[in-house]
Every structure is written in structure tokens, then in C-alpha cells.
Design a protein around this ligand. Structure first.
Ligand SMILES: Nc1ncnc2c1ncn2[C@@H]1O[C@H](COP(=O)(O)OP(=O)(O)OP(=O)(O)O)[C@@H](O)[C@H]1O
Ligand SMILES: [Mg+2]
Length: 258
């Protein structure tokens, strides 16, 4: 098995739920997008979200960060109901790092100034800021392009920058919306390794969605498939690819994952 994650965390001792979405429903106008969604992510777990275009994956991230509010249902982090918490409180109190599907950077700042701007908010000690920025620039191999304005970076370089920005604050919960999109094969491998290391070394809880299903399944503990506004399947990667609901709604008959 060409798997990065050699030791999937099969059962967490003393499982603790970090994030819980309970009976969440959301409509835009008269169009219902999410219908009684229930999702739980345990502390230190990597959860993958799969589902066709427009099913509501980015919307779920927006609900978690507080960019939008559900019509009904509740969101809990560490057993605390956060429905009424504004974005800033959610992200600072619970240390949420978020890589949005699009954007997420200051277009007219250089790559390094983007990192500096965010570090000034997240890291108190100026020496720690510089150290962390240098570490991330080297980790993502961004040294040669650090003085280029972000709007001129390539798609993959922008993605790397936004991921680095999300890691600056050493998040406890990392939300990655299509983090593999636009990345080359080697960078995807590197990012998968980073994701798995963040989990094993820092016990970060991670939620990823992506259309690169194979790349996603390679580095998650558990994944769900969304279809028609509902969670229609859940399991470990090997369970999920055999799940008939998931095959019918998402993978199709020819998808191979071994
Ligand atoms: N602010 C909004 N107003 C109206 N409709 C919206 C809004 N945001 C999202 N939608 C709709 O909600 C649905 C879910 O969108 P969302 O972006 O969450 O899908 P997704 O699963 O992330 O898709 P993709 O895989 O293409 O990124 C779509 O039909 C979209 O058009
Ligand atoms: Mg999306």
C-alpha cells in the first residue's frame, strides 16, 4: 500500500471529541444545501470529507469558522457550544487554522510580508516570529520567491503560502479546503507528510476536503462522503472505498485504492 500513514490511529485511547456538528441544516434562499448533518472529529484525528462539487464541503468549513450560521443545529468545540461565538473568538480561543479553497492571502504584499502580517497577530515574541517564518519558508521551499508579491505567485505557490500562514499560529484544529488542488506530485507528497507529522508530533486535529480522493485517503484516519446534503457514508479509507453508498454516490465502479 503506497501509504504515507503507515500506522493509522485505529483506536484512540480515551477518545475525546474535539469538534461536533449536531443536526446542522442550512438553506440558501429556498435551496437546502445541508440537511441534518452530524459530524464528529476526535482530538488528534484526521478526518477527510469527500463529495461532489456543490455538495456543501466549503460551506461546512464556513459554518465551523463562523463565516455563516446554520438555520438549525449546533456546533461544539471541546464540548462548548460555539454557535454564537464570532469568528475571532472561535479561531483564537480554539486555535483554528483555516486554509480556504480560494484566496486567503494579501494580494499586494510579498510572500514574506504576508507571513509577517499574520505572525504579528498570532505570535507575541518578535524573535519567535522570525524563527517560525524562516522555518516555514524553508519547509515549503519558498525562499527564492519570498519577495514576490503574492498576486504574482503561481497557483501552487499561493496554496503553499496559505498553508504556511495557517500553520504560523500552531493550530490545534486545522481546516484544509482543497489543500492538494494545484500542487505538483512531489509537493502533495510533502504536504501529506507534513499533515501526518502534525498529527503524530503535535497531536493536531485536522479536517481536509479534496477531490484528489486517493491523495486524501492516503493521509486520513477516517473519511465521510456527502451526497444530497447528507453524510451517506463514514469509515476508514479501506472501509469507505468498499461502502456501496459511497461507490454509488462518489467513487464509481472503477475507483481503485489499495
Ligand atoms: N453564499 C451563498 N449563497 C448562495 N448559495 C451558496 C452560497 N454559498 C454556497 N452556496 C451554494 O451552496 C452549495 C454548496 O457550496 P460549497 O461551496 O459548499 O460546495 P463544495 O462542496 O465546497 O463544492 P466544490 O467541490 O465545488 O468546492 C452550492 O450549490 C453553492 O452554490
Ligand atoms: Mg468547496
Amino acid at each position: 500500500m503506497a501509504i504515507i500513514k503507515k500506522f493509522r490511529i485505529k483506536s484512540f485511547k480515551n477518545k475525546k471529541t474535539l469538534l461536533e456538528l449536531k443536526n446542522l441544516s442550512l438553506s440558501f434562499g429556498d435551496r437546502q444545501v445541508l440537511e441534518n448533518i452530524n459530524i464528529e472529529i476526535n482530538q488528534g484525528e484526521i478526518l477527510g470529507m469527500l463529495g461532489p462539487n456543490g455538495v456543501g464541503k466549503s460551506t461546512i468549513f464556513n459554518l465551523i469558522t463562523g463565516l455563516i450560521k446554520p438555520n438549525s443545529g449546533d456546533i461544539y468545540i471541546k464540548n462548548e457550544k460555539i454557535n454564537d461565538y464570532p469568528i475571532f473568538v472561535r479561531t483564537s480561543k480554539f486555535k483554528i487554522g483555516y486554509v480556504p479553497q480560494y484566496g486567503g492571502f494579501f494580494h499586494d504584499l510579498t510572500l514574506v510580508d504576508n507571513l509577517k502580517a499574520v505572525s504579528e497577530i498570532l505570535i507575541k515574541d518578535p524573535r519567535d516570529r522570525i524563527e517560525k517564518i524562516n522555518y516555514l519558508i524553508s519547509k515549503f521551499d519558498l525562499g527564492q520567491i519570498s519577495s514576490i508579491k503574492a498576486k504574482f505567485l503561481s497557483g501552487g505557490q499561493k496554496k503553499k503560502l496559505v498553508i504556511a500562514m495557517a500553520l504560523l499560529g500552531e493550530p490545534e484544529l486545522l481546516l484544509l479546503d482543497e489543500c492538494f488542488a494545484a500542487l505538483d506530485v512531489m509537493t502533495i507528497k510533502m504536504l501529506q507528510q507534513i499533515i501526518v507529522n502534525l498529527q503524530s508530533e503535535n497531536r493536531i486535529t485536522i479536517c481536509i476536503c479534496d477531490h484528489q480522493a486517493r491523495d486524501l485517503l492516503t493521509c486520513v484516519d477516517v473519511a465521510i462522503v456527502l451526497s444530497d446534503g447528507k453524510v451517506i457514508a463514514k469509515g476508514t479509507p479501506s472501509e469507505l472505498v468498499k461502502n456501496q453508498n459511497a461507490i454509488n454516490a462518489y467513487f464509481g465502479d472503477s475507483f481503485k485504492f489499495s
